[in-house]
Design a protein around this ligand. Structure first.
Ligand code: FAD
Length: 495
């Protein structure tokens, strides 16, 4: 059997490896020159920067990422890096103070109770809901005890409301809620079940790895090649050809036609719609894709430094900028074992519409007002960081930045959506996108369909490949159960 996969992000490469392992002839077509999708890395002078990799949620020892990586045959090729267990997350407060959240669900709960003893009962209740959210996901249940009781609050409710119902308010609510920002979401719009999957797995223990996103992508590509699979770069799919019932071929930008028994599209669903043109999907699905908003996009600032930014430690920092926008920053070089070129990365989630005015301009030829807009963001973000960490102020050398236009260029995500389609309450969070449409051999996968994040995208790859071959490829205790919401999506039946 032959499979053709559109997109060499973590989801596409995971499915590719698993299908190749099962004896399928697999070809992955990637539009970009670098594999990895949002996990691709790029170099500026002596510095390496990451596009969309900052930490692996659930990547700590005992977390779900490691058995999946082992199952894929890449675990021993990844060099995990230690982070500050006591201060995994440092949340900066408007008054200049900070709250430090340690790694580990028990440790984090205890720290929250120490900061806000008057809310201890509510915090315990909230963490019980969080554990229940993890327990409800077969892929993540390993993080909590077997006898974890089920949720008592609807996991489709926004995390801010769950905090309210548990009696967690004020600063505690803000601090715990702000972790929704890990995947570009706001607590008022993040379904509790989804919050459990990425904030819960992060609290339980996240990690970084040597070489950032490449730590995962390079071994996946190597493994695919070892298994006889093919990855073609600079081979964006330009169109999908189909008959009344099925896809007959995809045509790449160089005009080559590729045929297969099964086609798996891991790009943004709007891109699939563009590739089929009208008639490739049921009208109801076309409408759903058109009317579901995109997730937030991002302005990312990369700064080369003349000295290691010791003040940032090996923590992930969360703060606010411009009043209520979420700012996240870290010094990747502080985590690395040997790094002669210290640097920091900082990002703010922004709507893709922020750059709508310049969307038709070409890379390298953007107008001055766009460049000025970028410079303002760079300045504001770096000012915010140096105000909190004055020792960094005199050490900033060269600065680069990327915007929603860059995200679109890297992965063709509509409007530069960092996590593809919005997973907010009322959108995919509670009403998942179907995995197939009219054409019986075309399937949708990737972060818009399953869950965003490195772990979510990899699990999506397991779900898809497992459904295609009809086996539990993850070899975890149970198959992913199919739930109406908050699950990793309905595995399709493939005849
Ligand atoms: C700024 C930022 C920071 C992030 N930080 C983290 C983090 O710290 N931890 C975490 O877990 N997650 C993080 N994420 C999220 C994570 O990167 C994504 O959820 C994940 O990469 C999604 O994987 P995917 O395979 O579904 O999609 P993608 O990575 O988007 O891959 C899709 C692939 O399809 C290709 N493609 C698109 N159109 C075509 C076409 N026509 N033909 C051929 N190929 C095509 C794209 O080029 C791309 O390679 C971050 C994301 C962003 C943007």
């Amino acid at each position: 059997m032959k499979a053709l996969i559109i997109g060499a992000g973590p989801s596409g490469l995971t499915s590719a490896v698993l299908l190749a392992e099962q004896g399928w002839q697999v070809t992955v077509l990637e539009q970009h020159a670098i594999p990895g999708g949002l996990l691709q890395r790029f170099r500026r002078g002596p510095y390496w920067f990451d596009t969309g990799f900052h930490f692996i949620t659930g990547g700590g020892p005992g977390g779900p990422f490691r058995p999946l990586a082992e199952r894929l045959g890449i675990l021993d090729r990844i060099q995990f890096l230690p982070h500050d267990l006591e201060r995994q997350f440092r949340i900066h407060l408007p008054d200049g103070g900070a709250v430090d959240l340690p790694a580990g669900l028990t440790e984090c709960e205890a720290a929250c109770c120490r900061y806000w003893p008057e809310l201890a009962a509510g915090i315990a209740r909230f963490f019980a809901e969080l554990r229940a959210g993890l327990k409800a996901k077969p892929w993540l249940a390993m993080l909590v005890p077997d006898d974890t009781p089920p949720a008592t609050i609807d996991p489709d409710l926004p995390v801010s409301e769950v905090l309210d119902r548990c009696g967690v308010n004020g600063l505690a609510k803000e601090v715990i809620g702000c972790l929704a920002g890990i995947l570009a979401m706001k607590p008022e719009r993040t379904p509790m079940g989804l919050y459990a999957t990425f904030a819960g797995t992060s609290i339980a223990g996240s990690c970084r790895a040597e070489n950032g996103g490449e730590a995962i992508i390079t071994p996946l590509v190597e493994r695919l090649k070892e298994l006889g699979g093919t990855l073609l770069l600079n081979r964006g799919v330009a169109s999908i050809e189909f008959t009344e019932r099925e896809v007959t071929a995809v045509v790449d930008v160089k005009g080559s036609r590729h045929t297969a028994d099964l086609y798996l599209a891991t790009c943004h669903p709007a891109e699939v719609l563009r590739l089929t043109g009208p008639g490739g999907m049921r009208p109801s699905l076309e409408e759903k894709i058109a009317t579901t908003p995109d997730s937030a996009s991002v302005v990312l600032v990369y700064a080369g430094l003349t000295q290691p930014p010791e003040a940032l430690g090996r923590s992930h920092h969360f703060a606010r900028i411009h009043g209520d926008e979420d700012l996240y920053y870290l010094a990747p070089s502080n985590f690395e074992t040997a790094c002669d070129h210290p640097y920091l990365e900082a990002m703010v989630w922004v709507p893709g519409e922020a750059v709508a005015h310049w969307r038709d301009t070409k890379k390298g030829k953007r107008p001055d007002d766009y460049e000025a807009w970028k410079r303002r963001w760079e300045q504001d973000i770096l000012n915010e960081i140096t105000t909190r960490h004055p020792t960094i102020a005199g050490t900033i050398g060269r600065v680069w930045s990327s915007t929603p236009l860059s995200v679109h260029d890297y992965v063709r995500s509509r409007n530069g959506g960092a996590m593809g389609l919005s997973h907010d309450v009322g959108h995919i969070g509670t009403d998942p996108m179907p995995r197939r449409s009219r054409l019986k051999n075309l399937f949708f996968a990737g972060q818009s369909i399953g869950h965003p994040g490195v772990l979510g995208a990899m699990i999506d790859g397991f779900v898809m490949a497992g459904a295609i071959v009809g086996k539990d490829l993850a070899n975890l205790d149970s198959r992913p159960e199919v739930r109406k919401s908050g699950s990793f999506g309905m595995p399709p039946k493939v005849s």
